[in-house]
Design a binder for this molecule. Structure first.
Ligand code: GAR
Length: 209
């Protein structure tokens, strides 16, 4: 049976677009994007869903008093949508364990650095690239990993390295990492998951050939 893929977004949604394109070109096997959920009513990602006839829901973070209440609302929506796989694609909220425990090894996130570098609380979006440039690393990249109770600490599924250049700004580096890494490894990991090709052994993820 085809898996229901629910994509959670907060912003521009270029990773959502990469998933939509991958779905259209047949790269994603065994699953279909059945709903997009946004924490931000103004996210451009919602337009991308609409243009591609994908149902969407808006669950605004500002409507909830705290992270737990917000996470409960997300959990309810995921249950209603019969989620088999949840993809955090530029979703800027750390979900409470009521969600991560209910959907253990069923939530994946794309992070714009090579974990365990430049990750954890406070490292999101452009900030990640600012920190990488500040440190002076010569290689950065992207990581797709399962989501657990700790920020950016779940089992790593795929990683891809990208060169950092001397004159990079955070924006330029972000774009290169998206183009060369995120937009490739996220759809790839989704397809692997939907085909049951990811094994978990001792809390580590291994891709089966
Ligand atoms: C992407 O670079 C994604 O990896 C990052 O935010 C950007 C969202 O772009 N996510 C995080 O930093 C999460 N910790 P998008 O909305 O265009 O996909």
């Amino acid at each position: 049976m085809e898996k229901n893929i629910i994509v959670l977004v907060s912003g521009g949604g270029t990773n959502l677009q990469a998933l939509i394109d991958a779905q259209k070109s047949g790269i994603i096997k065994g699953g279909k994007i059945t709903c997009v959920i946004s924490s931000n009513p103004d996210a451009y990602a919602l337009e991308r869903a609409k243009k591609n006839n994908i149902p969407s829901r808006v669950i605004p973070r500002k409507d909830y008093e705290n992270n737990l209440e917000y996470s409960k609302a997300i959990l309810k929506a995921l249950d209603e949508e019969k989620a088999d796989l949840i993809v955090l694609a530029g979703f800027m909220i750390i979900l409470d364990e009521c969600v991560t425990k209910a959907y253990a090894y069923k939530i994946i996130n794309v992070h714009p650095a090579l974990i365990p570098s430049f990750c954890g609380e406070g490292f999101y979006g452009l900030k990640v690239h600012e920190k990488a440039l500040e440190y002076g690393v010569k290689v950065s990249g992207a990581t797709v990993h399962f989501v657990n109770e700790k920020a950016d600490a779940g089992a790593i599924i795929l990683q891809k390295a990208v060169e950092v250049k001397r004159d990079d700004t955070p924006e330029v580096l972000q774009k290169r990492i998206m183009e060369q890494a995120e937009w490739n490894i996220l759809p790839m990991a989704v397809s692997l998951f939907c085909q049951d090709k990811i094994d978990i052994i001792d809390d580590k993820a291994f891709v089966r050939n």
